[in-house]
Design a protein around this ligand. Structure first.
Ligand code: G3I
Length: 372
């Protein structure tokens, strides 16, 4: 079923119980998040899990309703793709690509080089001579990019390269097999390899923790901007910066002007930008779900109003579409003490639209059209 068939079907089913009232209402509504984004020359989408695509029709409906671009939540990470050295398994990654292809959706590649989600054998393999270390990075990037040539809207080439908490002269992340193998040069090698084997899709650096005025965010912004300056000075082919957007408003408030200053600095490098992993942690928020949803929506609107006011911004992806599958419900720093699921995404775990959905819709409607 392609999206047109789905939406025609949903409109026809609007009066039946075949899909939830909110989905039927959604199908009849003038515009989804995808359509509102398209109207402004933007992309809207989300991270997806291949298992949920296979097993959860309501998940598929929500994605086909609102998303125009997808990203693998975990299937395209080296731990899954190369579990044994030189033995590649693309089943999970291909499942997402096939789903996107059959519905005319775009996909962004996440991620080619990260300190996390690496196979267990890699750290030891990176102890060899430099030529062998380079081969381990280059061959992986080449293999993955060759497989998806012409199919990715953009790539997160290097993910989460800074970690000022281990403050050193430049705030780079050193608990990182790539840093330990190459020092900072791994970043230039990764981007140059991606440029050589890519198909022109923009190449992004990606990181988090840049939206608040707390000290550790300021140190992250400084480390990121100084890193980009060094990369630019070495003619490293970086096209964009992806702001992950894992907001934690009840621990570190979103500060529009602080974030806008960072965006201006990124645009000063001539970079395109993207919000690539938006969710809003509700840990430490009000116990009442309605109040929590309202505050999450208000932060979402403020953040996206600021981000989308910048013409370099190409799109917004949430890190999931429904609370049913959010990583935040399972991870210690975000898991709610009352045992309820985190309420951090546009749909709740029953696929009912939340105020956050409307906040995204309003921010897209209020955004200046790209190119205007
Ligand atoms: O699929 C296997 C399952 O077969 C196995 O039984 C189970 C227990 O080992 O693991 C399952 O894989 C897990 C996978 O998520 C799917 O649920 C991995 O262990 C787990 O590490 C993986 O976590 C993902 C994490 O990145 C690491 O890849 C999270 O879902 C994903 O939300 C998270 O996403 C990151 C972004 O890539 C970068 N920015 C931060 C963001 C949140 O941490």
């Amino acid at each position: 079923m392609n999206r047109r068939e789905f939406l025609n079907g949903a409109a026809a089913l609007a009066g039946t119980a075949a899909i939830g009232p909110s989905m039927a209402a959604a199908a009849a509504q003038p515009s989804s998040l995808r359509q509102r984004a398209e109207a402004k020359g933007l992309l809207f989408g989300c991270a997806v899990k291949s298992t949920a695509l296979r097993n959860d029709p309501d998940y598929v409906r929500a994605i086909l309703e609102d998303a125009d671009i997808l990203v693998h939540e975990y299937e395209l990470k080296r731990k899954n793709v190369e579990p044994k050295e030189g033995q590649y398994t693309f089943e999970g990654a291909d499942a997402v690509m096939d789903f996107a292809g059959s519905h005319g959706l775009k996909v962004r590649g996440h991620t080619l080089c990260w300190y996390a989600a690496n196979p267990d054998w890699l750290a030891n393999a990176l102890q060899g001579p430099m030529a062998e270390r380079e081969r381990l990075l280059v061959s992986y990037i080449q293999t993955v990019m060759d497989r998806y040539r012409g199919k990715m809207q953009s790539w997160d080439v290097v993910n989460e390269a800074v970690e000022p908490d281990q403050w050193n002269w430049n705030g780079m992340r050193r608990d990182n097999v790539w840093w330990q193998a190459f020092g900072e040069d791994y970043i230039g090698l990764a981007f140059r390899t991606a440029k050589e084997h890519g198909d022109g899709a923009p190449l992004y650096l990606c990181d988090y923790g840049v939206e608040s005025d707390v000290r550790w965010n300021e140190r992250r912004r400084t480390a990121i901007l100084n890193l980009i300056e060094r990369l630019r000075a070495r003619d490293v082919p970086i096209d964009g910066f992806a702001i992950q957007g894992h907001l934690k408003p009840f621990q570190a408030s979103f500060e529009p002007e602080v974030f806008a200053r960072f965006m201006r600095e990124l645009e000063g490098f001539g970079l395109q930008t993207m919000v690539s992993e938006l969710d809003v942690a509700d840990i430490d928020g009000p116990d009442d779900p309605g109040k929590r949803d309202a505050e999450v929506a208000a932060v979402t609107k403020s953040f996206l109003d600021t981000a989308l006011s910048f013409r370099s911004m190409t799109g917004v992806l949430c890190w999931g579409i429904s609370d049913r599958y959010s990583w935040m419900s399972d991870i210690a720093p975000y898991k709610r003490a009352d045992g309820t699921r985190s309420r951090v995404l546009p749909y709740d775990d029953g696929y009912r639209r939340k105020p956050m959905w409307q906040a995204i819709a309003d921010a897209l409607d209020g955004a200046p059209a790209r190119g205007s």
